[in-house]
Design a protein around this ligand. Structure first.
Ligand SMILES: Cc1cc2nc3c(=O)[nH]c(=O)nc-3n(C[C@H](O)[C@H](O)[C@H](O)COP(=O)(O)O)c2cc1C
Length: 384
C-alpha cells in the first residue's frame, strides 16, 4: 500500500506519480480517469490570468471543478503580477484548493505575451509574480517550470530557490529549457541540482514513458515524485503501473481488454457530456487515437473512428472493435478482404464515404484541424 509522505501545504499527497497539465487534453474527464488509476494529483489545463476571458466556453470548461475527484489544482498563466493575483483569488472562489503557476509552457501564443516559460528570462518578474500570488491566497501555491531559458541560461536552480523563499509549496520541473521546446531529450541533472537546494517537494518531468524510467529518474534526481504528461495519453493506467513498480520492482500485468473497453467507453461518454455531441465527437477522436496506440491491430478501427461524425457511430465502432477480442484478450481470427481491411469495417466503408462529400470545405477544414492538433504530439510520441 502506498503511504502518504508528500505534503503540499496542508494536503497529503498519496503516491509519487502525478498528471502534468496539458492544454486541450487534461480536461476534467481525463483527469478523473487518471486519478482513478492512481495519479496522486492532476492539474487543470492552464487558464489565462485575464479573468475577463473566464466567461468563454473554453475557460468555463477548464475551470469547472465541481465534479473533481481529488485535489482541485488550477493552473494560471500570465505575466502581470496584479492580474495573476486577481486570477488566483478568483480561482480559489471557484473552488481551487491549490494554485499552480505556469512558467513551463513554451507555446508561442503564451510566450509572446512574456508568460509561461518566457518569464524565466527575468528573475525579478518571476519573484514579483510568485510573491504576489503566494501572498494573495490562503491555499498553497505551486510552480511548474523548465530548467531555464535556453541551454546557456539554465537558471532553474536560482528560480527554484527564489520560489521556495517566497512561499511556493512545490515545484514541477520539465527537464528542458524554453528554447528546447520539445526537441532533444529531457535532462535530469538540473532537476537533481534543484532538488539538492530546496526542501519543498520537487516533481521531475519530461520524457518519462515507462514505470522503469520513473524509478530510474527518481533515483537519479532524488525528486519526490514524477510528473507524467504525454505517456498518460492512451494509457491513463500508467500511474497504477508506476506505483506498483515503485513498490515491487516488478512490472504489473497489462490491463485486461475488458477494463480498457469499459474505460474507453466511459471516457467517450464523459467527453460527450462535457463538450456536447459535436465537439465531444471531435475531442474523442484525439483520445481514441492514443488509446489505439496500445491496442493490437487497431489501425483500421482508428481510421474509421476519426471519420465518423456521430456519438452513436463512435460508440458502435468501439463496441464492435472490442468484440473482436476473446476472453483471454486475444484478437479473434477474422476474415480479411483482398485489400486487407477486416470485413466488418469494409461493410461500413461505402456507406460512410457516401455520407461525406470530399469537396465539402468544412470537412477539409475539420481534417486539417484534427491533423495539426495531433501531428506534433504524434511526432514526439513516435520518437520514444
Ligand atoms: C499538448 C500539450 C499541452 C501542454 N499544456 C501545458 C499547460 O497547459 N501547462 C503547462 O504547464 N505545461 C503544459 N505542457 C507541458 C507538459 O505539462 C509537460 O511539461 C511536457 O509535456 C513534458 O512532459 P512529458 O514528456 O511527460 O509529456 C503541455 C504539453 C503538451 C504536449
Amino acid at each position: 500500500m502506498t503511504t502518504a509522505k508528500l505534503q503540499i501545504g496542508p494536503y497529503a499527497v498519496n503516491g509519487q506519480a502525478v498528471l502534468a497539465p496539458m492544454a486541450g487534453l487534461t480536461d476534467q474527464p481525463f483527469r478523473s480517469i487518471c486519478r482513478r488509476f492512481g495519479a496522486a494529483f492532476a492539474v487543470t489545463e492552464m487558464t489565462t490570468s485575464d479573468t475577463r476571458l473566464w466567461q468563454t466556453e473554453k475557460s468555463r470548461q477548464r475551470l469547472m471543478l465541481t465534479s473533481e475527484n481529488g485535489l482541485k489544482i488550477v493552473q494560471i498563466a500570465g505575466a502581470d503580477a496584479h492580474k495573476m493575483q486577481a486570477a488566483a483569488r478568483a480561482a480559489v472562489q471557484l473552488g481551487a484548493e491549490v494554485i499552480d503557476i505556469n512558467m513551463g509552457c513554451p507555446a508561442k501564443k503564451v510566450c509572446r505575451k512574456l508568460a509561461g516559460s518566457a518569464l524565466l528570462k527575468d528573475d525579478g518578474l518571476v519573484r514579483r509574480i510568485l510573491e504576489a500570488v503566494a501572498n494573495a491566497v490562503a491555499v498553497p501555491v505551486t510552480l511548474k517550470m523548465r530548467t531555464g531559458w535556453d541551454p546557456e541560461h539554465r537558471n532553474g536552480v536560482r528560480i527554484a530557490k527564489l520560489a521556495e523563499s517566497v512561499g511556493i509549496k512545490s515545484i514541477a520541473v520539465h527537464g528542458r529549457t524554453r528554447a528546447c521546446m520539445f526537441r532533444g531529450k529531457a535532462e535530469y541533472e538540473t532537476i537533481r541540482a534543484i532538488k539538492s537546494v530546496v526542501s519543498i517537494p520537487v516533481f521531475a518531468n519530461g520524457d518519462i514513458g515507462e514505470p522503469s524510467e520513473a524509478a530510474r529518474i527518481l533515483d537519479q534526481t532524488g525528486a519526490d515524485g514524477v510528473m507524467i504528461g504525454r505517456a498518460a495519453l492512451g494509457q491513463p493506467w500508467i500511474f497504477q503501473q508506476i506505483s506498483s513498480f515503485l513498490e515491487t520492482k516488478v512490472l504489473p500485468k497489462p490491463l485486461s481488454i475488458a477494463i480498457r473497453r469499459d474505460i474507453i467507453l466511459e471516457h467517450l461518454d464523459a467527453l460527450y457530456q462535457l463538450y456536447g455531441k459535436d465537439r465531444g465527437v471531435r475531442v474523442a477522436r484525439k483520445h481514441l487515437s492514443w488509446y489505439c496506440r496500445y491496442l493490437e491491430r487497431a489501425g483500421e478501427f482508428r481510421d474509421f473512428f476519426v471519420r465518423v461524425e456521430t456519438v452513436s457511430e463512435q460508440k458502435r465502432l468501439t463496441r464492435e472493435f472490442f468484440d473482436r477480442y476473446d476472453e483471454q484478450g486475444r484478437v479473434a481470427k477474422q476474415k480479411r478482404s483482398r485489400e486487407g481491411v477486416p470485413d466488418q469495417c469494409q461493410e461500413r466503408e461505402p456507406r460512410k464515404l457516401r455520407q461525406e462529400n470530399p469537396t465539402d470545405p468544412e470537412r477539409t477544414t475539420r481534417i486539417i484541424r484534427y491533423r495539426s492538433e495531433t501531428d506534433h504530439l504524434e511526432a514526439s510520441l513516435r520518437k520514444r
